[in-house]
Design a protein around this ligand. Structure first.
Ligand SMILES: Nc1nc2c(ncn2[C@@H]2O[C@H](COP(=O)(O)OP(=O)(O)OP(=O)(O)O)[C@@H](O)[C@H]2O)c(=O)[nH]1
Ligand SMILES: [Mg+2]
Length: 420
């Protein structure tokens, strides 16, 4: 059974923020993803945040009253706060303050499963903690850190120095471990490149349906249909990149990867840390951007996706945009316009259309050829049947005639058997 969510108060400052309501709604979702529940919300409109307390003086008093009159002893702020803002709000309200960055880091810390994701989150946490050594926001992260050993309650100046050095030491240690892992990772993807297996990466905003699409494709075309990935209606269900091998009709093989979802204002510490997980996307032959077409903020989400892809250094790759969850809208689907597809992951016709689009993009260098293999080259007939898309076979007196669709590069190798 899931534990009861921790009650919290969410707070936000509207500093001429055009998408303020949306960012507050997203904060509520992030809170839920961290097993918390917002029981009250306090917002203020200001020209700029108060340098010392974020909210203005009167609003801070209101917040303190709210803490006293509810069950919540945790406050979650919609922005990244300075260490002194966190400390001052905590002193004024006697509650624990977590900022948006700290919240996202907590979610990631609780969800990371692979060694690499865990190290990356740890690195991001350490970087976040460094300037915040004495706030309870960083202590919460401390307590979660594997092995702990960093608790610094009642820290004096010397202890603080010590902690700083410990953290710096840990940062370089984690970096080193990541580098080692990265090396083996690189050889893996290098090998894939050499074998010329085409790669496709699903990217996009969190909760858009990337993992659901991955599972539908694995069910139909996977080596092993049990290799399903985790799907859940909450933010950041996926944190680790999973790669699955698919074989589309006609022996067309590809590697499909499902990646971590993006969110507005993804903490820069995490963007940095996840660069290597997202390398899978950076080296792909094709990106499929999944968009939640039923969300009124889809434009914003697409902008965030574009910006994040740039930040993590994904070059401008060929892209198909899948406007997913159309079953929740009044729109017709599947409906294709160029490289855009309005679709639903729950609809087989949509999945077929998506596969056709992926296949057309990836295998555009395929050519159709007719070969005559004499009987002494009989081995090639079985090789061709295993590796390529054999569309027609005719047994003739002088050998076996095959009509085949295959990559242009492979066709070059078998030129001498080619007949018109
Ligand atoms: N109605 C409807 N629901 C969908 C569709 N695709 C996905 N969902 C649901 O949307 C929720 C999120 O789906 P996921 O596949 O986990 O989303 P994701 O993009 O992988 O999310 P993260 O891993 O958090 O980045 C789940 O509850 C899915 O069942 C769709 O086409 N239609
Ligand atoms: Mg997912």
């Amino acid at each position: 059974m899931e534990p009861t969510p921790t009650p919290v108060i969410t707070i936000g400052l509207n500093v001429n923020h055009p998408n303020f309501d949306y960012s507050m709604a997203e904060l509520e979702q992030l809170v839920i993803a961290n097993h918390m529940q917002s029981i009250a919300t306090l917002v203020q409109k200001l020209d700029h945040p108060d340098a010392g307390t974020y909210f203005g003086k009167g609003k801070i008093e209101e917040l303190a009253d709210l803490v006293r009159s509810t069950d919540a002893d945790t406050i979650v702020a919609n922005d990244e706060l300075s260490p002194s803002q966190i400390r001052n709000i905590e002193n004024a309200t006697k509650a624990t303050v977590i900022d948006r960055t700290g919240l996202i880091l907590e979610i990631f810390a609780n969800r990371a499963h692979t060694k690499e994701a865990q190290l990356q989150v740890q690195l991001a946490k350490l970087r976040y903690q460094l300037p915040r050594l004495r706030t309870s926001a960083s202590q919460r992260l401390d307590q979660q850190a594997a092995g702990g050993g960093l608790a610094n309650r009642g820290a004096g100046e010397t202890k603080l120095e010590l902690n700083r050095r410990t953290i710096e030491h840990q940062i370089s240690h984690v970096r080193h471990e990541l580098k080692e892992l990265g090396r083996s990772y690189e050889t893996q993807s290098q090998r894939r490149k050499e074998n010329r297996v085409k790669t496709v990466a699903l990217v996009g905003y969190t909760n858009a349906g990337k993992s659901t699409i991955m599972n539908e494709l694995v069910k139909r075309y996977g080596e092993n249909e049990d290799k399903q990935v985790f799907v859940k209606d909450m933010l950041f269900a996926t944190l680790d990149t999973s790669v699955r091998k698919l074989e589309l009709p006609g022996n067309k093989q590809l590697l499909l990867s499902d990646t971590v979802g993006f969110v507005s204002e993804l903490p820069h510490q995490l963007v940095e840390a996840f660069k290597s997980t997202l390398k899978e996307a950076a080296t792909a032959d094709l990106l499929v951007q999944v968009v939640n077409y039923s969300d009124s903020n889809q434009e914003l989400m697409m902008e965030t996706t574009q910006r994040t892809l740039q930040e993590i250094g994904v070059p401008n790759l060929p892209m198909i945009t899948a406007f997913n969850k159309a079953d929740r809208t009044g729109s017709r689907f599947p409906e294709r316009a160029g490289e855009n597809l309005i679709m639903s992951a729950l609809d087989p016709a949509s999945i077929n259309e998506l596969v056709a689009m992926i296949s057309a993009q990836l295998f555009s260098d395929y050519v159709q050829k007719t070969y005559l293999f004499p009987f002494q080259a009989g081995d090639l007939v079985s090789t061709f049947n295993q590796e390529f898309d054999v569309q027609q076979t005719e047994y003739q007196a002088d050998g076996t005639k095959l009509t085949v669709s295959l990559p242009a590069s492979a066709a070059e190798r078998y030129q001498k058997y080619e007949i018109d």
